[in-house]
Design a protein around this ligand. Structure first.
Ligand code: FE2
Length: 330
């Protein structure tokens, strides 16, 4: 049995996870997420301050490491490799994860595996849902991208031209002073929405733009907050499903894989699944636990990279990284 530790620290969430595997080729059957501990810095009206996030992560590291090892019923000396989020993310936060991972790997004399956080969202979901060759819809705070594999790399067909879907919904939550002031607040309010409000619907080719919707919401004072939240969600999800469907008609991937923090939204899942069914593609989405930022996705992807000798030359954090740069050799 081999044990891989994962450390996640790209933004507001710090996480530590232990993944075990007993096979030469990792599969869902011979690989187990033993623990997946997370601590999230609460969302605030003024957004996130990098220094405060880093302080939070520094405090959480020893607590979560202890909890993750205890749940996995192992000691630190049993670990075979340490994987961590190299980027993309907030510099202050990334450095906490890097220093924690580097210190552990030096002390235990085990390999250090730098993992691209975006690739981890995709590859852990692909591994867990056993999707073979999916058209990926990656939706999180800072990202909204539609892509699939071409050879050993991902090729991005469409993406946001301004903010990511998650950050857009967080901004709606802040502008409308919701509780909590983020995407969760929007989701809670949207359930009560009854009347659809026309909002800008911007698709350029396969790319999407969300900022105009936020500007409109700030001006439309005569509509109720639930109606605005429901309409904003319906509009952006429709845009995303339309671009994905158009893309699928060209690529004909056998599966659609929805991943990233906003993949947990049931309405988005429902809309994407309906379109997938109409197009004859299998709809795949991992459990909620693995779609929000978490460390199991880092440990799982680190395991795949390590087993396939796909380790990057550079190990220090990178604030900007894209999915296309990672060679997927598995
Ligand atoms: Fe993420």
């Amino acid at each position: 049995m081999q044990y891989f530790l994962g450390i996640e620290s790209t933004a507001h969430t710090f996480g530590v996870s232990v993944v075990s595997t007993s096979g030469a080729k990792p599969t869902v059957k011979n690989t187990k997420v033993e623990s997946n501990e997370i601590a999230k810095f609460p969302s605030t009206k003024e957004g996130y301050i990098p220094r405060k996030l880093a302080d939070h992560h520094v405090k959480q590291f020893p607590l979560l490491l202890e909890a993750a090892l205890k749940k996995a019923k192992i000691k630190a000396k049993d670990l075979d490799a340490i994987a961590f989020s190299q980027g993309p993310g907030i510099g202050h936060c990334l450095h906490v994860g890097y220093v924690a991972a580097k210190t552990l790997s030096e002390e235990l004399r085990v390999p250090l595996i730098p993992v691209n956080h975006a690739v981890a969202h995709v590859e852990s979901s692909r591994f867990l849902t056993e999707a073979k060759d999916p058209l990926v819809v990656y939706v999180s705070g800072g990202n909204t991208q539609i892509f699939s594999r071409l050879g050993k790399h991902y090729h991005v067909y469409g993406e946001t031209m301004d903010v990511g879907l998650g950050n857009f919904l967080d901004n709606v939550g802040r502008v409308l002073k919701l509780d909590p002031p983020d995407a969760v607040g929007v989701l809670k309010a949207a359930v009560q929405g009854k009347n659809f409000v026309d909002l800008p619907y911007t698709i350029k080719g396969m790319n999407l733009a969300f900022s105009g919707i936020l500007t409109s919401i700030q001006r439309l004072k005569s509509f109720s907050v639930p109606d605005l939240c429901w309409s904003a969600q319906e509009t952006v999800f429709s845009m995303l499903v339309e671009a994905t469907e158009r893309c699928l008609c060209h690529t004909r991937n056998p599966e659609i894989l929805l991943c990233g923090g906003n993949a947990r939204n049931r309405r988005l899942q429902q809309m994407m699944a309906l379109m997938a069914e109409e197009q004859g593609a299998r709809f795949c989405v991992a459990a909620d636990e693995f779609n929000g930022d978490n460390a199991a996705m880092i440990a799982l992807t680190g395991l795949l990279m390590f087993r396939h000798g796909a380790l990057p030359r550079r190990e220090t954090p990178l604030q900007r990284m894209r999915v296309e740069t990672q060679e997927i050799s598995w």
